[in-house]
Design a protein around this ligand. Structure first.
Ligand code: PEP
Ligand code: MN
Length: 292
């Protein structure tokens, strides 16, 4: 029997890897191109920005900090999946317009969440990358709809999803002909209560082992604790993540959403210099330039 890695059994530890996302179906890792920003190549890609778009001033100031710190892609939710219907739900279409304007000002492409299959066309028209949030990883009509677009997709792991279920959701998107999918580990629910979620860093090497798709980590939702983000961000890069998505806010204490897990600009700058050292120590670097 050959010992070649491409001849390993398809079922690994009880996880059956679907065909299109399966690493065996493709020799080279997938590199996703988001308006010139690549995820899945050697350099590690840093995505940062506020949890939610709150105002033009908030978004622009935060985006300027992202750029200054070396982030290459801006995040910001306009359609927010809030657990409570009484919390700030996002600015909707207005928020998307602000993201477009801030992209013009800073040159940073942006990723933003789409929650409703009926909004996919509108969001895809404006955004550089579509985010499917944790709560919607199992929303199959939504996965099919984003799969019909040719926009890169950031698929976040469901908070109660196994890696097999996660990969099956990615398969839905690829099945529609859209192969530009990035997987994001963002923490899962366990019996632990000290952190918002349990960040499953073992998912990083396991997913890299099972699929050719790029894998990034969200240490903000993964911990829910601002002070813990640097440690888990550094560990994610050391574990082989192709990128990070992190919440930063120009004034976290005034944030309408997730301020407690948002870094301020100075904390972000400090973290970026550590991340660069770790990336270099493992033969990578931080992605710097937008190469259109
Ligand atoms: C987000 O990234 O804005 C978000 C809501 O995260 P998640 O879907 O992972 O909870
Ligand atoms: Mn958030």
């Amino acid at each position: 029997m050959e010992s070649d890695q491409y001849n390993e059994p398809t079922v690994i530890g009880g996880c059956s890897v679907p065909v299109r996302v399966n690493r065996k179906s493709k020799r080279d890792p997938t590199v996703v191109n988001i308006s010139g920003v690549r995820i899945g190549a050697v350099p590690v890609t840093i995505i940062a920005g506020p949890c939610a778009v709150e105002s033009y001033e908030q978004l622009l100031s935060t985006a300027e900090a992202v750029k200054k710190g070396g982030g290459v892609l801006l995040r910001g939710g306009a359609f927010k999946p809030r657990s409570s219907p009484y919390n700030f739900q996002g600015l909707g279409k207005e928020g998307i317009k602000m993201l477009v304007e801030v992209r013009k000002q800073t040159g940073l492409p942006f990723v933003t969440e789409v929650m409703d299959p009926r909004m996919v066309e509108f969001v895809a028209e404006h955004a550089d990358m579509l985010q499917i949030g944790s709560r919607n990883m199992h929303n199959y009509p939504l996965l099919i709809e984003v799969g019909k677009t040719r926009k890169p997709v950031l698929l976040k792991r469901g908070m109660m999803a196994t890696l097999e279920e996660f990969l099956l959701s990615a398969e839905y998107i690829l099945n529609q002909g859209n192969e530009q999918v990035v997987l994001c580990e963002r923490g899962i629910r366990t019996f632990e209560t000290t952190t918002r979620n349990t960040l499953d860093l073992s998912a990083v090497p396991m997913l890299k082992h099972l699929t050719h798709l790029p894998v990034i980590v969200d240490p903000s939702h993964g911990t829910g604790l601002r002070w813990m983000i640097p440690a888990m961000a550094n560990a994610s890069v050391a574990a082989g993540a192709d990128g990070l998505i992190m919440e930063i806010h120009y004034k976290p204490e005034e944030a309408l959403c997730d301020g407690h897990q948002s870094l301020n600009p100075d904390e972000f700058f400090l973290l970026m210099s550590d991340l660069k050292k770790i990336a270099k120590a493992i033969g990578r670097d931080l992605a710097e330039e937008i190469s259109l």
